[in-house]
Design a protein around this ligand. Structure first.
Ligand code: TEU
Ligand code: CA
Length: 587
Protein backbone atom coordinates (compact mmCIF):
# COMPACT_ATOMS: atom_id res chain seq x y z
CA UNK A 1 0.00 0.00 0.00
CA UNK A 2 1.51 3.32 -1.00
CA UNK A 3 2.54 5.68 1.77
CA UNK A 4 -0.34 6.72 4.02
CA UNK A 5 -2.10 10.00 3.65
CA UNK A 6 -0.24 13.16 4.39
CA UNK A 7 -1.18 16.72 3.60
CA UNK A 8 2.02 17.14 1.58
CA UNK A 9 1.50 14.11 -0.58
CA UNK A 10 -1.61 11.98 -0.09
CA UNK A 11 -1.31 8.35 -1.15
CA UNK A 12 -3.52 8.80 -4.22
CA UNK A 13 -0.97 11.22 -5.68
CA UNK A 14 1.78 8.60 -5.47
CA UNK A 15 -0.31 5.64 -6.55
CA UNK A 16 -0.59 3.84 -9.86
CA UNK A 17 -4.08 2.52 -10.60
CA UNK A 18 -4.89 -0.63 -12.59
CA UNK A 19 -8.35 -0.88 -14.14
CA UNK A 20 -10.02 -4.30 -14.16
CA UNK A 21 -12.98 -4.88 -16.50
CA UNK A 22 -14.37 -7.86 -14.55
CA UNK A 23 -16.27 -9.49 -17.42
CA UNK A 24 -13.03 -9.93 -19.36
CA UNK A 25 -10.33 -10.37 -16.72
CA UNK A 26 -10.40 -14.00 -15.54
CA UNK A 27 -13.14 -16.66 -15.44
CA UNK A 28 -12.80 -18.99 -12.43
CA UNK A 29 -15.90 -21.19 -12.84
CA UNK A 30 -15.96 -22.05 -16.52
CA UNK A 31 -19.00 -20.08 -17.64
CA UNK A 32 -17.11 -17.89 -20.12
CA UNK A 33 -17.53 -14.77 -18.00
CA UNK A 34 -14.86 -13.18 -15.82
CA UNK A 35 -15.65 -13.08 -12.11
CA UNK A 36 -14.50 -11.99 -8.64
CA UNK A 37 -12.75 -15.24 -7.79
CA UNK A 38 -10.90 -14.94 -11.07
CA UNK A 39 -9.67 -11.51 -10.03
CA UNK A 40 -8.60 -12.84 -6.64
CA UNK A 41 -6.60 -15.56 -8.40
CA UNK A 42 -4.60 -12.87 -10.23
CA UNK A 43 -3.77 -10.55 -7.31
CA UNK A 44 -0.16 -11.78 -7.20
CA UNK A 45 0.15 -10.79 -10.88
CA UNK A 46 -1.07 -7.28 -10.04
CA UNK A 47 1.19 -7.05 -6.99
CA UNK A 48 4.12 -8.12 -9.17
CA UNK A 49 3.38 -5.29 -11.57
CA UNK A 50 3.60 -2.89 -8.61
CA UNK A 51 0.21 -1.23 -8.87
CA UNK A 52 -1.22 0.32 -5.72
CA UNK A 53 -4.91 0.53 -6.53
CA UNK A 54 -7.42 -1.45 -8.56
CA UNK A 55 -10.32 0.42 -10.19
CA UNK A 56 -12.99 -2.24 -10.65
CA UNK A 57 -15.65 -1.60 -13.29
CA UNK A 58 -19.17 -2.34 -12.01
CA UNK A 59 -19.89 -5.72 -10.40
CA UNK A 60 -23.34 -4.82 -9.03
CA UNK A 61 -26.65 -6.49 -9.86
CA UNK A 62 -27.49 -5.51 -13.45
CA UNK A 63 -29.34 -6.77 -16.55
CA UNK A 64 -26.08 -6.04 -18.42
CA UNK A 65 -27.60 -3.88 -21.12
CA UNK A 66 -24.41 -1.83 -20.93
CA UNK A 67 -22.18 -4.45 -19.28
CA UNK A 68 -22.97 -3.39 -15.76
CA UNK A 69 -23.21 0.38 -16.24
CA UNK A 70 -26.96 -0.15 -15.77
CA UNK A 71 -27.38 -1.01 -12.11
CA UNK A 72 -30.54 -2.59 -10.71
CA UNK A 73 -29.29 -3.08 -7.13
CA UNK A 74 -26.39 -0.95 -5.85
CA UNK A 75 -25.85 -3.13 -2.79
CA UNK A 76 -25.80 -6.57 -4.42
CA UNK A 77 -23.20 -8.43 -6.51
CA UNK A 78 -24.23 -9.66 -9.96
CA UNK A 79 -24.46 -13.47 -9.54
CA UNK A 80 -22.46 -14.01 -12.75
CA UNK A 81 -19.56 -12.30 -10.97
CA UNK A 82 -20.03 -14.20 -7.68
CA UNK A 83 -21.27 -13.47 -4.18
CA UNK A 84 -20.72 -10.78 -1.58
CA UNK A 85 -18.49 -13.29 0.20
CA UNK A 86 -16.39 -13.53 -2.99
CA UNK A 87 -16.23 -9.73 -3.03
CA UNK A 88 -15.14 -9.58 0.62
CA UNK A 89 -12.45 -12.22 -0.05
CA UNK A 90 -11.18 -10.27 -3.07
CA UNK A 91 -11.06 -7.04 -1.05
CA UNK A 92 -9.24 -8.77 1.81
CA UNK A 93 -6.79 -10.28 -0.69
CA UNK A 94 -6.10 -6.87 -2.18
CA UNK A 95 -5.59 -5.21 1.20
CA UNK A 96 -3.32 -8.05 2.34
CA UNK A 97 -1.09 -7.24 -0.64
CA UNK A 98 -1.12 -3.49 -0.04
CA UNK A 99 -3.52 -2.89 -2.93
CA UNK A 100 -6.51 -0.57 -2.46
CA UNK A 101 -9.85 -1.00 -4.24
CA UNK A 102 -11.78 1.78 -6.01
CA UNK A 103 -15.30 0.89 -7.12
CA UNK A 104 -17.22 2.30 -10.09
CA UNK A 105 -20.04 4.62 -8.95
CA UNK A 106 -22.69 4.87 -11.68
CA UNK A 107 -25.26 7.37 -10.44
CA UNK A 108 -26.04 9.61 -13.39
CA UNK A 109 -28.47 6.83 -14.28
CA UNK A 110 -29.55 3.44 -13.05
CA UNK A 111 -31.16 0.43 -14.74
CA UNK A 112 -34.81 0.47 -15.82
CA UNK A 113 -35.01 -2.72 -13.74
CA UNK A 114 -34.01 -0.90 -10.55
CA UNK A 115 -37.00 -0.85 -8.10
CA UNK A 116 -36.83 2.95 -8.13
CA UNK A 117 -37.73 2.98 -11.84
CA UNK A 118 -39.96 -0.10 -11.84
CA UNK A 119 -42.17 1.64 -9.25
CA UNK A 120 -41.53 5.25 -10.28
CA UNK A 121 -42.79 4.70 -13.84
CA UNK A 122 -46.17 3.34 -12.71
CA UNK A 123 -47.69 6.69 -11.85
CA UNK A 124 -46.88 10.37 -11.49
CA UNK A 125 -47.82 10.12 -7.81
CA UNK A 126 -45.44 7.29 -7.03
CA UNK A 127 -42.80 8.45 -4.51
CA UNK A 128 -40.04 7.28 -6.84
CA UNK A 129 -41.46 9.02 -9.94
CA UNK A 130 -39.44 12.15 -9.14
CA UNK A 131 -36.20 10.17 -8.98
CA UNK A 132 -36.21 10.41 -12.79
CA UNK A 133 -36.49 13.01 -15.53
CA UNK A 134 -39.79 13.17 -17.44
CA UNK A 135 -41.01 15.20 -20.39
CA UNK A 136 -44.43 15.71 -21.95
CA UNK A 137 -45.04 14.66 -25.57
CA UNK A 138 -44.77 17.47 -28.11
CA UNK A 139 -46.84 17.71 -31.30
CA UNK A 140 -44.66 18.49 -34.33
CA UNK A 141 -45.38 18.59 -38.06
CA UNK A 142 -42.84 15.81 -38.61
CA UNK A 143 -44.69 13.54 -36.22
CA UNK A 144 -41.82 13.24 -33.71
CA UNK A 145 -43.28 13.63 -30.19
CA UNK A 146 -40.18 13.48 -27.94
CA UNK A 147 -39.84 16.45 -25.51
CA UNK A 148 -36.79 17.69 -27.44
CA UNK A 149 -34.36 16.73 -30.20
CA UNK A 150 -31.68 15.17 -28.01
CA UNK A 151 -29.82 12.18 -29.41
CA UNK A 152 -28.59 9.52 -26.99
CA UNK A 153 -24.83 9.04 -26.73
CA UNK A 154 -25.59 5.55 -27.97
CA UNK A 155 -27.61 6.61 -31.05
CA UNK A 156 -31.38 7.05 -31.28
CA UNK A 157 -33.50 9.38 -29.23
CA UNK A 158 -32.54 10.19 -25.62
CA UNK A 159 -36.26 9.86 -24.74
CA UNK A 160 -38.42 6.74 -24.32
CA UNK A 161 -42.21 6.82 -24.09
CA UNK A 162 -43.73 5.54 -20.84
CA UNK A 163 -47.36 4.55 -21.48
CA UNK A 164 -48.51 4.25 -17.83
CA UNK A 165 -47.93 7.97 -17.30
CA UNK A 166 -48.24 9.16 -20.91
CA UNK A 167 -44.85 10.88 -20.86
CA UNK A 168 -41.24 10.33 -21.90
CA UNK A 169 -38.27 9.63 -19.64
CA UNK A 170 -34.72 10.82 -20.36
CA UNK A 171 -31.89 8.35 -20.97
CA UNK A 172 -28.62 9.82 -22.21
CA UNK A 173 -27.39 6.28 -22.86
CA UNK A 174 -29.54 3.25 -23.59
CA UNK A 175 -33.31 3.22 -22.99
CA UNK A 176 -32.56 0.77 -20.16
CA UNK A 177 -30.47 3.44 -18.39
CA UNK A 178 -32.94 6.14 -17.21
CA UNK A 179 -31.16 9.28 -15.99
CA UNK A 180 -31.55 10.04 -12.29
CA UNK A 181 -32.97 13.35 -11.10
CA UNK A 182 -30.23 14.94 -9.00
CA UNK A 183 -32.42 18.00 -8.45
CA UNK A 184 -34.30 15.75 -5.98
CA UNK A 185 -32.60 15.86 -2.54
CA UNK A 186 -34.19 12.50 -1.63
CA UNK A 187 -32.42 10.87 -4.59
CA UNK A 188 -29.12 12.48 -3.61
CA UNK A 189 -29.51 11.17 -0.05
CA UNK A 190 -30.09 7.67 -1.46
CA UNK A 191 -26.85 7.94 -3.43
CA UNK A 192 -24.86 9.11 -0.42
CA UNK A 193 -26.26 6.21 1.58
CA UNK A 194 -25.23 3.60 -0.96
CA UNK A 195 -21.77 5.16 -1.15
CA UNK A 196 -21.40 4.79 2.64
CA UNK A 197 -22.45 1.12 2.33
CA UNK A 198 -19.36 0.34 0.24
CA UNK A 199 -16.98 2.69 2.06
CA UNK A 200 -17.97 1.16 5.40
CA UNK A 201 -17.04 -2.23 3.93
CA UNK A 202 -13.52 -0.91 3.47
CA UNK A 203 -13.61 0.15 -0.19
CA UNK A 204 -10.96 2.81 -0.84
CA UNK A 205 -12.77 5.16 -3.19
CA UNK A 206 -14.86 5.67 -6.29
CA UNK A 207 -14.49 6.29 -9.99
CA UNK A 208 -17.63 8.27 -10.75
CA UNK A 209 -19.27 7.52 -14.08
CA UNK A 210 -20.08 10.61 -16.22
CA UNK A 211 -20.42 12.50 -12.97
CA UNK A 212 -20.46 15.91 -14.68
CA UNK A 213 -23.75 14.95 -16.37
CA UNK A 214 -25.78 14.88 -13.13
CA UNK A 215 -26.90 18.52 -13.44
CA UNK A 216 -29.07 19.01 -16.51
CA UNK A 217 -29.17 22.34 -18.42
CA UNK A 218 -32.72 23.39 -17.57
CA UNK A 219 -34.19 26.47 -19.20
CA UNK A 220 -35.83 29.05 -16.87
CA UNK A 221 -39.22 27.46 -17.57
CA UNK A 222 -37.91 24.10 -16.33
CA UNK A 223 -37.75 22.52 -19.76
CA UNK A 224 -34.70 20.95 -21.38
CA UNK A 225 -34.02 23.04 -24.49
CA UNK A 226 -33.31 21.60 -27.94
CA UNK A 227 -29.71 20.80 -28.82
CA UNK A 228 -28.03 22.95 -31.48
CA UNK A 229 -28.95 21.82 -35.00
CA UNK A 230 -25.88 20.46 -36.80
CA UNK A 231 -27.48 18.41 -39.58
CA UNK A 232 -30.75 17.83 -41.37
CA UNK A 233 -31.55 14.97 -39.00
CA UNK A 234 -34.23 15.49 -36.32
CA UNK A 235 -32.04 14.10 -33.56
CA UNK A 236 -29.04 16.24 -32.64
CA UNK A 237 -26.03 15.34 -30.42
CA UNK A 238 -26.68 16.45 -26.84
CA UNK A 239 -23.58 15.00 -25.15
CA UNK A 240 -21.81 18.36 -24.77
CA UNK A 241 -25.06 20.10 -23.79
CA UNK A 242 -25.69 17.58 -21.01
CA UNK A 243 -22.22 17.86 -19.47
CA UNK A 244 -21.01 20.46 -16.94
CA UNK A 245 -24.51 21.67 -16.00
CA UNK A 246 -25.10 24.60 -13.61
CA UNK A 247 -25.32 22.60 -10.34
CA UNK A 248 -22.56 19.98 -10.85
CA UNK A 249 -20.17 21.61 -8.40
CA UNK A 250 -22.95 22.29 -5.89
CA UNK A 251 -24.02 18.63 -5.92
CA UNK A 252 -20.44 17.33 -5.71
CA UNK A 253 -19.48 19.69 -2.90
CA UNK A 254 -22.54 18.38 -1.03
CA UNK A 255 -21.35 14.82 -1.74
CA UNK A 256 -17.93 15.78 -0.38
CA UNK A 257 -19.44 17.23 2.82
CA UNK A 258 -21.88 14.36 3.30
CA UNK A 259 -19.57 11.44 2.38
CA UNK A 260 -16.16 11.90 0.80
CA UNK A 261 -14.47 13.98 3.48
CA UNK A 262 -15.26 11.35 6.07
CA UNK A 263 -13.02 8.68 4.52
CA UNK A 264 -9.37 8.31 3.42
CA UNK A 265 -10.19 7.51 -0.19
CA UNK A 266 -9.38 8.20 -3.84
CA UNK A 267 -12.06 9.92 -5.93
CA UNK A 268 -11.90 10.36 -9.70
CA UNK A 269 -14.71 11.78 -11.79
CA UNK A 270 -15.26 10.75 -15.39
CA UNK A 271 -15.96 14.12 -16.99
CA UNK A 272 -16.48 14.19 -20.75
CA UNK A 273 -16.25 17.69 -22.28
CA UNK A 274 -14.53 19.15 -19.22
CA UNK A 275 -11.97 21.93 -19.76
CA UNK A 276 -8.71 22.43 -17.83
CA UNK A 277 -10.30 25.38 -16.05
CA UNK A 278 -13.25 23.24 -14.97
CA UNK A 279 -10.84 20.43 -14.07
CA UNK A 280 -8.90 22.81 -11.85
CA UNK A 281 -12.14 23.93 -10.19
CA UNK A 282 -13.23 20.32 -9.68
CA UNK A 283 -9.91 19.16 -8.16
CA UNK A 284 -8.96 22.24 -6.11
CA UNK A 285 -8.09 20.71 -2.71
CA UNK A 286 -9.85 23.48 -0.78
CA UNK A 287 -12.86 24.46 -2.88
CA UNK A 288 -13.20 21.53 -5.27
CA UNK A 289 -14.95 18.22 -4.84
CA UNK A 290 -12.90 15.33 -6.24
CA UNK A 291 -9.22 14.42 -6.21
CA UNK A 292 -8.93 14.11 -9.97
CA UNK A 293 -10.94 13.78 -13.18
CA UNK A 294 -10.78 11.78 -16.40
CA UNK A 295 -10.80 14.49 -19.03
CA UNK A 296 -11.44 13.57 -22.67
CA UNK A 297 -9.75 16.25 -24.77
CA UNK A 298 -6.94 13.86 -25.78
CA UNK A 299 -9.48 11.08 -26.35
CA UNK A 300 -11.46 13.23 -28.77
CA UNK A 301 -8.37 14.18 -30.77
CA UNK A 302 -9.07 11.73 -33.63
CA UNK A 303 -12.75 12.67 -33.90
CA UNK A 304 -14.06 15.50 -36.05
CA UNK A 305 -15.22 18.15 -33.53
CA UNK A 306 -18.99 18.74 -33.57
CA UNK A 307 -19.63 16.16 -36.28
CA UNK A 308 -23.14 14.68 -36.14
CA UNK A 309 -21.63 11.19 -36.37
CA UNK A 310 -19.72 11.79 -33.14
CA UNK A 311 -16.56 9.82 -32.44
CA UNK A 312 -17.13 7.69 -35.53
CA UNK A 313 -16.23 10.63 -37.79
CA UNK A 314 -12.46 10.24 -37.58
CA UNK A 315 -9.43 12.35 -38.44
CA UNK A 316 -5.69 11.64 -38.11
CA UNK A 317 -3.98 12.38 -34.81
CA UNK A 318 -1.80 15.52 -35.01
CA UNK A 319 0.96 15.21 -32.40
CA UNK A 320 1.37 18.96 -31.77
CA UNK A 321 -2.35 19.09 -30.92
CA UNK A 322 -2.03 16.11 -28.57
CA UNK A 323 1.00 17.67 -26.88
CA UNK A 324 -0.72 21.03 -26.49
CA UNK A 325 -3.75 19.39 -24.84
CA UNK A 326 -1.74 17.32 -22.36
CA UNK A 327 0.68 20.17 -21.64
CA UNK A 328 -2.21 22.52 -20.89
CA UNK A 329 -3.71 20.06 -18.43
CA UNK A 330 -0.26 19.74 -16.82
CA UNK A 331 0.37 23.46 -16.45
CA UNK A 332 -3.19 24.54 -15.62
CA UNK A 333 -3.49 22.06 -12.73
CA UNK A 334 0.11 22.20 -11.41
CA UNK A 335 0.04 23.20 -7.74
CA UNK A 336 -3.74 23.81 -7.88
CA UNK A 337 -5.46 20.53 -8.76
CA UNK A 338 -4.45 17.02 -9.85
CA UNK A 339 -4.50 15.06 -13.09
CA UNK A 340 -5.38 11.52 -13.88
CA UNK A 341 -3.10 10.18 -16.63
CA UNK A 342 -4.53 7.64 -19.06
CA UNK A 343 -4.35 6.49 -22.67
CA UNK A 344 -7.17 3.98 -22.51
CA UNK A 345 -9.90 2.28 -20.54
CA UNK A 346 -12.86 -0.03 -21.27
CA UNK A 347 -14.38 2.61 -23.58
CA UNK A 348 -11.33 3.37 -25.70
CA UNK A 349 -9.35 1.53 -28.38
CA UNK A 350 -5.86 0.24 -27.60
CA UNK A 351 -3.27 3.07 -27.47
CA UNK A 352 -0.60 1.10 -29.36
CA UNK A 353 -2.98 0.92 -32.34
CA UNK A 354 -4.29 4.46 -31.85
CA UNK A 355 -1.13 6.43 -31.06
CA UNK A 356 1.74 3.97 -31.63
CA UNK A 357 2.44 1.10 -34.02
CA UNK A 358 0.70 -2.26 -33.78
CA UNK A 359 3.03 -3.69 -36.40
CA UNK A 360 6.81 -4.02 -36.27
CA UNK A 361 7.32 -1.49 -33.49
CA UNK A 362 4.54 -2.68 -31.18
CA UNK A 363 6.81 -3.27 -28.19
CA UNK A 364 8.85 -0.08 -28.65
CA UNK A 365 5.77 2.09 -29.11
CA UNK A 366 3.97 0.51 -26.15
CA UNK A 367 6.97 1.30 -23.94
CA UNK A 368 7.29 4.81 -25.39
CA UNK A 369 3.61 5.59 -24.77
CA UNK A 370 3.89 4.32 -21.20
CA UNK A 371 6.95 6.47 -20.57
CA UNK A 372 5.37 9.56 -22.09
CA UNK A 373 2.29 9.17 -19.88
CA UNK A 374 3.74 7.94 -16.58
CA UNK A 375 6.44 10.60 -16.34
CA UNK A 376 3.94 13.43 -16.48
CA UNK A 377 2.44 14.83 -13.27
CA UNK A 378 -0.66 13.01 -12.09
CA UNK A 379 -1.96 9.58 -11.12
CA UNK A 380 -1.40 7.06 -13.93
CA UNK A 381 -4.05 4.49 -14.86
CA UNK A 382 -3.10 1.21 -16.52
CA UNK A 383 -6.01 -0.53 -18.25
CA UNK A 384 -5.93 -4.34 -18.25
CA UNK A 385 -3.81 -5.60 -21.13
CA UNK A 386 -2.12 -2.23 -21.68
CA UNK A 387 0.86 -3.60 -19.74
CA UNK A 388 1.10 -6.36 -22.35
CA UNK A 389 1.05 -3.99 -25.31
CA UNK A 390 -2.29 -5.36 -26.52
CA UNK A 391 -3.57 -4.05 -29.85
CA UNK A 392 -6.97 -3.49 -31.48
CA UNK A 393 -9.00 -6.43 -32.72
CA UNK A 394 -9.48 -7.18 -36.46
CA UNK A 395 -13.21 -7.80 -36.01
CA UNK A 396 -14.36 -9.77 -39.06
CA UNK A 397 -18.00 -8.76 -38.79
CA UNK A 398 -20.51 -7.00 -36.54
CA UNK A 399 -21.51 -10.41 -35.15
CA UNK A 400 -18.13 -10.53 -33.34
CA UNK A 401 -19.03 -7.35 -31.42
CA UNK A 402 -20.93 -7.17 -28.14
CA UNK A 403 -20.90 -3.52 -27.05
CA UNK A 404 -24.31 -1.84 -27.13
CA UNK A 405 -22.76 1.47 -28.26
CA UNK A 406 -21.13 -0.31 -31.18
CA UNK A 407 -24.20 -2.32 -32.15
CA UNK A 408 -26.42 0.78 -32.00
CA UNK A 409 -23.89 2.72 -34.08
CA UNK A 410 -23.66 0.00 -36.73
CA UNK A 411 -27.44 -0.12 -37.06
CA UNK A 412 -27.83 3.68 -37.22
CA UNK A 413 -24.89 4.16 -39.60
CA UNK A 414 -25.97 1.46 -42.06
CA UNK A 415 -29.74 2.06 -41.95
CA UNK A 416 -30.04 5.82 -41.35
CA UNK A 417 -26.75 7.54 -42.17
CA UNK A 418 -26.11 5.77 -45.44
CA UNK A 419 -22.78 4.21 -44.41
CA UNK A 420 -21.71 1.05 -46.28
CA UNK A 421 -21.24 -1.80 -43.74
CA UNK A 422 -17.52 -2.03 -44.49
CA UNK A 423 -17.04 1.65 -43.62
CA UNK A 424 -18.91 1.18 -40.35
CA UNK A 425 -16.86 -1.92 -39.53
CA UNK A 426 -13.62 -0.07 -40.26
CA UNK A 427 -14.68 2.62 -37.79
CA UNK A 428 -15.49 -0.07 -35.21
CA UNK A 429 -12.06 -1.68 -35.66
CA UNK A 430 -10.48 1.74 -35.04
CA UNK A 431 -12.67 3.17 -32.27
CA UNK A 432 -15.05 0.47 -30.99
CA UNK A 433 -15.13 -0.25 -27.27
CA UNK A 434 -14.87 -4.02 -27.79
CA UNK A 435 -11.22 -3.49 -28.77
CA UNK A 436 -10.49 -3.15 -25.05
CA UNK A 437 -13.06 -5.69 -23.86
CA UNK A 438 -11.79 -8.94 -25.32
CA UNK A 439 -10.50 -11.33 -22.64
CA UNK A 440 -7.19 -10.83 -20.88
CA UNK A 441 -4.72 -13.29 -22.45
CA UNK A 442 -2.99 -15.27 -19.67
CA UNK A 443 -1.59 -18.38 -21.36
CA UNK A 444 -0.36 -18.81 -24.96
CA UNK A 445 -0.98 -22.55 -24.94
CA UNK A 446 -4.48 -22.65 -23.47
CA UNK A 447 -7.76 -22.23 -25.37
CA UNK A 448 -9.00 -18.65 -25.33
CA UNK A 449 -5.63 -17.54 -23.90
CA UNK A 450 -6.42 -19.18 -20.56
CA UNK A 451 -9.18 -16.67 -19.79
CA UNK A 452 -11.79 -19.42 -19.58
CA UNK A 453 -12.26 -23.13 -20.11
CA UNK A 454 -15.64 -22.43 -21.73
CA UNK A 455 -16.63 -20.36 -24.75
CA UNK A 456 -15.94 -16.75 -23.74
CA UNK A 457 -18.72 -14.14 -23.87
CA UNK A 458 -16.60 -12.42 -26.55
CA UNK A 459 -13.86 -14.07 -28.60
CA UNK A 460 -10.31 -13.87 -27.32
CA UNK A 461 -7.89 -11.72 -29.30
CA UNK A 462 -6.47 -13.78 -32.19
CA UNK A 463 -2.98 -12.59 -31.17
CA UNK A 464 -3.13 -14.19 -27.70
CA UNK A 465 -0.53 -16.90 -28.57
CA UNK A 466 1.95 -14.04 -29.11
CA UNK A 467 0.65 -11.36 -26.75
CA UNK A 468 -0.15 -12.78 -23.31
CA UNK A 469 0.84 -12.47 -19.67
CA UNK A 470 2.82 -15.70 -19.35
CA UNK A 471 5.09 -14.86 -22.29
CA UNK A 472 5.50 -11.31 -20.97
CA UNK A 473 6.44 -12.48 -17.49
CA UNK A 474 9.07 -14.79 -18.98
CA UNK A 475 10.64 -12.09 -21.17
CA UNK A 476 12.73 -9.54 -19.25
CA UNK A 477 12.44 -7.11 -22.18
CA UNK A 478 8.64 -7.36 -22.34
CA UNK A 479 6.25 -4.45 -22.11
CA UNK A 480 5.10 -5.89 -18.76
CA UNK A 481 8.55 -5.69 -17.17
CA UNK A 482 9.01 -2.20 -18.63
CA UNK A 483 5.79 -1.10 -16.92
CA UNK A 484 7.03 -2.71 -13.73
CA UNK A 485 10.26 -0.68 -13.89
CA UNK A 486 8.38 2.48 -14.78
CA UNK A 487 5.98 2.05 -11.83
CA UNK A 488 8.92 1.37 -9.50
CA UNK A 489 10.60 4.61 -10.65
CA UNK A 490 7.60 6.58 -9.37
CA UNK A 491 8.19 5.16 -5.91
CA UNK A 492 11.89 6.04 -5.92
CA UNK A 493 11.90 9.57 -7.33
CA UNK A 494 9.65 12.30 -5.86
CA UNK A 495 10.29 14.46 -8.93
CA UNK A 496 7.88 12.23 -10.88
CA UNK A 497 5.05 13.03 -8.47
CA UNK A 498 5.90 16.63 -7.65
CA UNK A 499 8.12 18.10 -10.40
CA UNK A 500 6.93 20.94 -12.63
CA UNK A 501 6.17 19.97 -16.23
CA UNK A 502 7.51 22.08 -19.07
CA UNK A 503 6.85 21.22 -22.70
CA UNK A 504 9.71 21.40 -25.21
CA UNK A 505 9.58 21.51 -29.03
CA UNK A 506 5.83 22.14 -28.91
CA UNK A 507 5.48 22.43 -32.70
CA UNK A 508 7.63 19.41 -33.54
CA UNK A 509 5.41 17.04 -35.57
CA UNK A 510 7.10 13.83 -34.39
CA UNK A 511 8.66 14.38 -30.95
CA UNK A 512 6.97 14.72 -27.57
CA UNK A 513 9.65 16.25 -25.30
CA UNK A 514 9.33 17.72 -21.86
CA UNK A 515 11.20 18.35 -18.64
CA UNK A 516 10.24 17.76 -15.04
CA UNK A 517 11.88 20.10 -12.54
CA UNK A 518 11.94 19.95 -8.75
CA UNK A 519 14.43 22.09 -6.85
CA UNK A 520 17.79 21.66 -8.55
CA UNK A 521 16.79 18.33 -10.10
CA UNK A 522 15.71 18.19 -13.71
CA UNK A 523 14.65 15.23 -15.85
CA UNK A 524 14.38 15.29 -19.63
CA UNK A 525 11.84 13.03 -21.33
CA UNK A 526 12.15 12.46 -25.08
CA UNK A 527 9.58 10.43 -27.03
CA UNK A 528 9.61 9.72 -30.75
CA UNK A 529 6.03 9.15 -31.91
CA UNK A 530 7.14 8.07 -35.38
CA UNK A 531 8.38 4.82 -36.95
CA UNK A 532 11.40 6.54 -38.43
CA UNK A 533 14.66 8.00 -37.12
CA UNK A 534 13.90 11.53 -35.92
CA UNK A 535 16.46 14.24 -35.32
CA UNK A 536 16.04 15.86 -31.92
CA UNK A 537 17.48 19.36 -31.89
CA UNK A 538 17.10 20.41 -28.29
CA UNK A 539 16.73 24.09 -27.49
CA UNK A 540 19.60 25.90 -25.81
CA UNK A 541 20.85 25.34 -23.07
CA UNK A 542 19.71 21.72 -23.07
CA UNK A 543 21.71 20.99 -26.20
CA UNK A 544 24.97 21.40 -24.25
CA UNK A 545 23.69 19.79 -21.07
CA UNK A 546 24.94 16.46 -19.80
CA UNK A 547 22.59 13.78 -18.60
CA UNK A 548 22.55 10.32 -17.15
CA UNK A 549 20.07 7.83 -18.65
CA UNK A 550 17.28 6.84 -16.25
CA UNK A 551 15.16 4.76 -18.64
CA UNK A 552 15.10 3.90 -22.31
CA UNK A 553 13.14 1.48 -24.49
CA UNK A 554 16.21 0.62 -26.57
CA UNK A 555 19.02 -1.35 -24.91
CA UNK A 556 21.90 1.01 -25.47
CA UNK A 557 21.12 4.59 -24.48
CA UNK A 558 24.25 6.29 -23.20
CA UNK A 559 24.82 9.32 -20.97
CA UNK A 560 27.04 12.32 -21.52
CA UNK A 561 26.55 15.53 -23.47
CA UNK A 562 23.12 15.45 -25.00
CA UNK A 563 24.01 17.51 -28.08
CA UNK A 564 22.11 16.83 -31.29
CA UNK A 565 20.31 13.51 -30.88
CA UNK A 566 18.65 11.14 -33.27
CA UNK A 567 15.84 9.07 -31.79
CA UNK A 568 15.17 5.73 -33.40
CA UNK A 569 11.63 4.58 -34.33
CA UNK A 570 9.36 5.04 -31.30
CA UNK A 571 12.44 5.49 -29.12
CA UNK A 572 12.03 7.13 -25.75
CA UNK A 573 14.80 8.31 -23.46
CA UNK A 574 14.67 9.69 -19.96
CA UNK A 575 17.72 11.61 -18.70
CA UNK A 576 18.49 13.00 -15.30
CA UNK A 577 20.44 16.19 -16.08
CA UNK A 578 23.67 16.60 -14.18
CA UNK A 579 22.94 20.24 -13.59
CA UNK A 580 19.55 21.84 -13.43
CA UNK A 581 18.92 23.84 -16.55
CA UNK A 582 16.96 27.05 -16.54
CA UNK A 583 14.12 25.76 -18.62
CA UNK A 584 14.69 26.65 -22.25
CA UNK A 585 11.36 28.10 -23.47
CA UNK A 586 9.86 25.85 -26.09
CA UNK A 587 9.79 27.70 -29.47
O1 TEU B 1 -18.80 6.36 -20.39
C1 TEU B 1 -19.34 7.63 -20.76
C2 TEU B 1 -18.65 8.05 -21.95
O2 TEU B 1 -18.21 9.15 -22.07
C3 TEU B 1 -18.53 6.99 -22.94
O3 TEU B 1 -19.82 6.94 -23.53
C4 TEU B 1 -17.49 7.30 -23.94
O4 TEU B 1 -17.45 8.66 -24.20
C5 TEU B 1 -17.85 6.63 -25.22
O5 TEU B 1 -18.33 5.36 -24.87
C6 TEU B 1 -16.61 6.53 -26.07
O6 TEU B 1 -16.79 5.48 -26.96
C7 TEU B 1 -19.27 5.87 -19.15
C8 TEU B 1 -18.75 4.45 -19.01
O7 TEU B 1 -17.33 4.48 -18.97
C9 TEU B 1 -19.25 3.67 -20.20
O8 TEU B 1 -18.71 2.35 -20.20
C10 TEU B 1 -20.77 3.61 -20.11
O9 TEU B 1 -21.26 2.95 -21.27
C11 TEU B 1 -21.37 5.02 -20.04
O10 TEU B 1 -20.69 5.88 -19.14
C12 TEU B 1 -22.79 4.92 -19.50
O11 TEU B 1 -22.72 4.50 -18.16
CA1 CA C 1 -17.15 -16.95 -14.48
Amino acid sequence: MAAGSSAASPWWKEAVVYQVYPRSFCDSNGDGIGDLRGITSKLDYLQGLGVDVVWLSPVYQSPNDDNGYDISDYRAILPEFGTMADFDAMLAGMHARGIRLVMDLVVNHCSDEHPWFVQGRTSRDNPYHDYFLWGAPVDRPNGRREPNNWESVFSGSAWEYNAPTGEYYLHMFTRKQPDLNWENPRLRAEVYDLMRFWLDKGVDGFRMDVINMISKPYAPDGSLPDAPVRSDRFLQPAFALSCNGPRVMEFLREMRREVLDHYDILTVGECPMISPRQGREMTDPQTGALHMVFQFEHMDIDSVPGHPDGKWAMRPVELPELKAILARWQTDLHGQGWNSLYWCNHDQPRPVSRFGDDGGYRVESAKMLATCLHLMQGTPYVYQGEELGMVNVPFEGIEACRDVETLNFFRAATTEWGWPPDRALAAIRAKGRDNARVPMPWDPAAPHGGFTTATPWIDAHPEFPRINAASALADPDSVYHYYRRLIALRKQHPIIVHGRFDLLLGDHPDLFAYTRTMGDECWLVLCNFRGTDTACDLPHPLRTATGDPVLCNYPDAAGGVLGPLTLRPYECRVYRLRSAQPHAPSP
